[in-house]
Design a protein around this ligand. Structure first.
Ligand SMILES: [Zn+2]
Length: 287
């Protein structure tokens, strides 16, 4: 076992040397006390990401120090929360006020058949604690709306919106813009979806890209139009990737753009968007 740890440490060290060799910028020094270095078991747990050229021990420590709120523990929230907990985020809040239904099970992989009737936030938290006991998982069995928004996003380093309604999506965007908290948006229906990363005050927000929600009745819900599990898995995985990039600084987040994914045609389209001065959520007149 010690040999394995030594091996992974060597790999991580080699990755750091490679970063130096390519003169990639190091994160700016923080005035906060230096975090404790990774323990041996953490170095082994996260070894496959630590050896990535764009990752580093600093990225891993940034993830460990981060608090992330996932809104919705359903088809998108399942892959998002799984990958964030697996990757080693320090604190993970799960917001959902629904109970597990049997019709959820084909695509909401944090819930199993014996969980039917159990609150989704609790069901998800139980699995995530098994996945990674190092993560502090906090279930919130509440609805994200105007009365709960500010309290839920306060103190978070990142919010990932995995809700399934336009009303919630716009409420999340407004709350994150008001609090200046980075956000990853996502949505899926049938076999297509959308992903967007947002740094409020710096890059286009969801309302900059989509100023008004679709008229009532014009955009069918997943219950009406259907959704295929693997499609939700793809969109949720892309959201998790954006979240990791925003937290760690590794990679290039999908900022000032959204990715339109149509899996029936195997097509991905990156659409550029820009901040709008008159955006009621993030525009110069609103902040
Ligand atoms: Zn905006």
């Amino acid at each position: 076992m010690n040999e394995r740890r030594a091996f992974f440490r060597e790999l991580a060290s080699a990755a750091r040397e490679a970063r130096k060799a390519t003169q990639m910028p190091e994160p700016p020094p923080s005035r906060a006390p230096a975090p404790e270095p990774l323990a041996d078991d953490a170095a082994e747990r996260y070894s496959r990401q630590l050896v990535l050229p764009e990752w580093s021990e600093a990225a891993q420590l940034a993830l460990r120090e981060a608090s992330v709120l996932v809104i919705g523990a359903g088809a998108l929230g399942s892959p998002v929360a799984t990958y964030l907990a697996g990757a080693g985020v320090g604190r993970l809040g799960i917001v959902d006020d629904d109970d597990v239904e049997v019709s959820n099970l084909p695509r909401q992989h944090l819930h199993f058949t014996p969980d039917v009737g159990v609150p989704k936030a609790e069901s998800a938290a139980a699995k995530l604690r098994f996945l990674n006991p190092e993560v502090l998982v906090e279930p919130y069995r509440v609805r994200f709306d105007a009365t709960t928004a500010a309290g839920l996003v306060a103190g978070q380093d990142l919010v990932v919106d995995c809700s399934d309604s336009f009303a919630t999506r716009y409420a999340v965007n407004a709350a994150c813009c008001a609090a200046g908290i980075p956000l990853v948006e996502g949505g899926v229906v049938e076999t297509s979806g959308l992903v967007m990363a947002i740094r409020p005050g710096e890059t286009a927000c969801y309302r900059c890209a989509f100023p008004e929600p679709p008229p009532p009745g014009s955009a069918p819900s997943c219950a009406e139009a259907g959704v295929l599990g693997p499609a939700a898995g793809v969109i949720g995985s892309l959201q998790a990737l954006e979240a990791l990039e925003l937290i760690t600084g590794a990679g290039e987040p999908l900022l000032d753009a959204f990715l339109q994914v149509d899996l029936r045609d195997h097509a991905m389209l990156r659409v550029a968007v820009h901040r709008r001065d008159d955006c009621p959520d993030c525009g110069a007149r609103s902040l």
